[in-house]
Design a protein around this ligand. Structure first.
Ligand code: ASP
Ligand code: MG
Length: 460
């Protein structure tokens, strides 16, 4: 039995969704599908909260937009009248629940973390209703199972929950095994689970990949397939480096590093539940489902040049905390990090020296992070500095830390293009080396490294 995750990125227009449903119909029996919301729906739900808060007059329009969107896809997917009727009944029921949440939000005049998670879970709910009806009308036995019904259990942290694996396994085996034995196609909405207190809790944006990993482990699937609109992990972003190549096999470690920075192929936490059971992830392109894709396993072969990929991330900014004797003063790092955490700001990475702590943040967090630290009393630093014209480059490959000369070759390539390296982090990860360059130099740096390791002579 496989667990197959279908990403929202490929659930775009009706034609594409019909094609994917046909794939499910051909390959689906006896498997579990974890679905994302249709493309853009989660954003609409989340944006809708602001609209509902501003005025209740915005709610009817929002609800009818969601109704039209799903109905219009359903008309292409569900050819017989009875199944279409049944779907619209289910959809209307879910929409009227959702509508009540929006009115509640307007009435109480606040957007809470609890409400945000419940509301944002609806995109996935609509998607599974749609797919199950689409298969039923083709004469294939299909059903959907909501996480709160089958006990996909979480630790209750809103917006960033973690699944309770043992409990979830027991519950899912109990509820889903009989359906699998009947060769049913099962759809489970991704992105959320339910806490001990019965609260809907999401796994963070893009978290359906993580859901799928949890379901795969819980059900001891033979593999987790992730269906996307791309072939898999690439040796660089093809929009940046046209000659980028597909990476056929990666280790968990390599996939995790590449997911944290740059490659938006998998949610960074996807490998977390899979590691222990050594369950493989196979990335497949729905446009090319028989292509090799990328396979993520416990071990991956080491190419001669060691490096598998050159990733980059432009959503980077730095707060430099200048203070003397960083390494000799107990608690300074905790103070700074604690203040940012208190302000709900995520630290992407930290690089320190004896005179400076550099905190890497997402761009949108820079200002808030700066203000939070500025007001620290007593001031544990001499000066604060903001930097926002940088980008991060990472090279990733198992064996990178053991093989001599990799870093030298990387920086030689960068220097050869006349690009200055602003900051380096090497050592914390066995498989990755990161550094920062000025934004304007990013393209040249990535291309130079790629041609060095993937032997395409090119430098600009
Ligand atoms: N629909 C959710 C999001 O857009 C989860 C996912 O797609 O993985 O973040
Ligand atoms: Mg996604």
């Amino acid at each position: 039995m496989k667990v197959i995750k279908i990403g929202g990125g490929c659930l775009t227009d009706s034609e594409t969704i019909v094609h994917i449903l046909e794939l499910v119909a051909h390959r689906g029996q006896g498997n579990i599908f974890v679905l994302s919301a249709l493309n853009g729906v989660t954003d609409t739900l989340i944006e809708g909260m602001k609209g509902a808060l501003a005025s209740e007059d915005n709610i009817p329009h929002l609800i009818s937009h969601l109704r039209d969107k799903h109905r219009s896809v359903a008309r292409h997917l569900i050819s017989n009248y009875k199944d279409y009727e049944e779907f619209t009944r289910d959809l209307d029921k879910s929409l009227s629940e959702l509508e009540r949440y929006y009115y509640g939000l307007n009435f109480t005049r606040e957007i809470t973390a609890r409400l945000t998670d419940v509301i944002s879970s609806y995109g996935e709910r609509f998607a599974v209703e749609l797919f199950a009806s689409g298969l039923n009308c083709r004469g294939i036995n299909a059903t959907y199972c909501m996480p709160e019904k089958i006990g996909l259990s979480t630790d209750g942290k809103f917006g960033d929950a973690t699944a309770k694996l043992r409990k979830t396994s027991k519950n899912l085996q109990f509820h889903l095994t009989p359906l699998i034995n009947e060769r049913m196609v099962i759809f489970v909405p991704g992105f959320f689970g339910v806490s001990e207190q019965g609260d809907i809790t999401t796994f963070g944006r893009g978290g359906s990949d993580y859901s799928a990993a949890v379901v795969a482990v819980a059900m001891q699937a033979e593999v987790l397939e992730v269906w996307k609109d791309v072939d898999g992990f690439m040796s660089a972003d093809p929009k940046f480096v046209p000659e980028a190549q597909l990476i056929p096999i990666l280790s968990y470690e390599e996939a995790a590093e590449l997911s944290y920075f740059g490659a938006k192929i998998l949610h960074p936490r996807t490998v977390e539940p899979l590691r222990k059971s050594k369950l493989k992830i196979s990335i497949k392109n729905t446009v090319n489902p028989d292509g090799p894709g990328s396979l993520i396993t416990a071990k991956s072969p080491r190419p001669k040049h060691v490096i598998k990929s050159v990733a980059h991330d432009t959503d980077i900014s730095i707060i430099k905390v200048h203070a003397s004797g960083v390494g000799a003063r107990p608690g300074i790092l905790a103070l700074v990090a604690g203040k940012l955490t208190e302000s709900e700001i995520n630290i992407k990475s930290v690089v320190t020296s004896q005179t400076c702590i550099s905190l890497l943040l997402a761009r949108e967090d820079l200002e808030a992070g700066y203000l939070a630290l500025k007001h620290l009393k007593p001031r544990p630093f001499r000066r604060l500095e903001r930097v926002d014209d940088v980008a991060l480059v990472g090279i990733v490959g198992e064996g990178l830390a053991q093989r001599k000369g990799i870093a030298a070759r990387c920086f030689e390539a960068v220097a050869g293009c006349n690009v200055n390296v602003e900051m380096i982090s090497f050592g914390p990860s066995r498989v990755a080396l990161y550094f920062l360059v000025k934004n304007k130099d990013l393209h040249s740096a990535v291309n130079a490294i790629h041609s060095t390791f993937f032997s395409v002579p090119r430098c600009q």
